[in-house]
Ligand binder design. Structure first.
Ligand code: GYE
Length: 325
């Protein structure tokens, strides 16, 4: 009987079904320090982890909402180390300040995955990273604007994402790279809206007071764009084709609805559905395989109907209906 059981186990393992269990056959303990709950993107990302890292799939996930508190995020990682988790997944609120804690995770022999955002630390200090290319996202936004304005002058306002986050740094860097080729563009101001709707609204209210003339508002995520729209609505300022140009990032479902409606003229995607990729990395590590240092989550861009673009996809009802989030 034991022999048959061993044979069945060996067969099942060969099929990869038990690949997620640890040496004792228990569920794999995964600790995820999530940034917070600041945006629709973040909520979709959190939900995606809960959907994928289930007990049925062989995981015991502990997801901590760090509410944009870097010190809390560090302390929660240390807690995971103390509790000897099998894997630690970090979505870093900010790029800076990670060396010591990453070293501690490494010394404890726990594989560490940096997910979504990136850290400003040596890649030797973590096992692997999974995420989108935020600089490329910023560049896509810049290139779309270049195509749309076709040489016209523009006064630009930027509502940035949380200061110090790789998402804000990358998007600014990519957009500025394109802007540098356009002396006819003027970036009037760039201010932190913390990736929230309230933040976007407050920054836009301030911009409206300070800059009576502007043409473009670049918002580092959809929620900031909704806030900017609220502020413009209240001030009677119109946006859309032939009006003020709103550019946004994330391409969440609501963001793309507003692109289809012609309110946001360009929305550059950042895909929050990353948990399966992280799970596959963990499965590969469990199987003793070596994994790439970085796995790219691909994304694309979208623009409002009536705009032809070689850079991004023009929105239609079908495009919206085919979206997963
Ligand atoms: O764009 C924003 C969120 O890190 C890519 O964080 C993510 C960003 C996303 O709050 O909505």
């Amino acid at each position: 009987m034991k022999k048959i059981l061993a044979l069945v186990c060996a067969l099942v393992m060969a099929c990869g079904l038990f690949v997620t269990a640890n040496a004792e056959g228990d569920l794999l303990k995964i600790g995820y320090v999530q940034v917070g709950h600041e945006s629709d993107w973040r909520m979709a990302n959190t939900q995606n982890y809960f959907d994928v890292f289930t007990k049925e799939a062989g995981f015991d996930l502990e997801l901590i909402d760090c509410d944009n508190d870097h010190a809390l995020q560090l302390s929660k990682v240390r807690e995971f180390v103390q509790k000897d988790f099998d894997y630690i997944v970090i979505d870093p609120i900010q790029t800076a300040g990670w060396d010591d804690v990453l070293k501690e995770v490494q010394d404890a022999g726990i594989p560490c995955i940096i997910a979504d955002r990136s850290v400003d630390a040596s890649p030797d200090l973590y096992t692997t990273a999974v995420g989108t290319d935020m600089t490329a996202e910023g560049e896509t936004a810049g290139k779309w604007l270049e195509e749309y304005l076709a040489g016209k002058e523009a006064k630009i306002l930027v509502i940035e994402g949380s200061t110090g986050s790789s998402a804000a740094i990358g998007r600014a860097e990519g957009f500025n790279k394109v802007a540098a080729n356009h002396p006819e563009w003027e970036i009037l101001a760039s201010q932190d809206g913390d990736f929230t709707q309230n933040g976007g609204q407050a920054v836009m209210e301030d911009f409206i007071k300070r800059f009576p003339e502007f043409d473009v508002v670049v918002c580092h995520n959809d929620n900031e764009a909704y806030g900017a729209m609220d502020a413009m609505d209240a001030a009677g300022i119109k946006y859309g084709v032939g009006e003020k140009i709103i550019i946004s990032f994330d391409a969440t479902n609501e963001g793309l609805k507003r692109t289809l409606d012609g309110q946001i003229l360009c929305d550059v995607e950042c895909n929050p559905i990353q948990a399966v990729i992280v799970m596959n990395v963990i499965k590969a590590l469990q199987a003793g395989e070596t994994v790439e240092k970085f796995t790219l989550v691909p994304d694309e861009g979208f623009c409002a109907p009536g705009i032809e673009s070689a850079i991004v996809t023009t929105m239609t009802d079908e495009v919206l209906a085919g979206r997963k989030y």
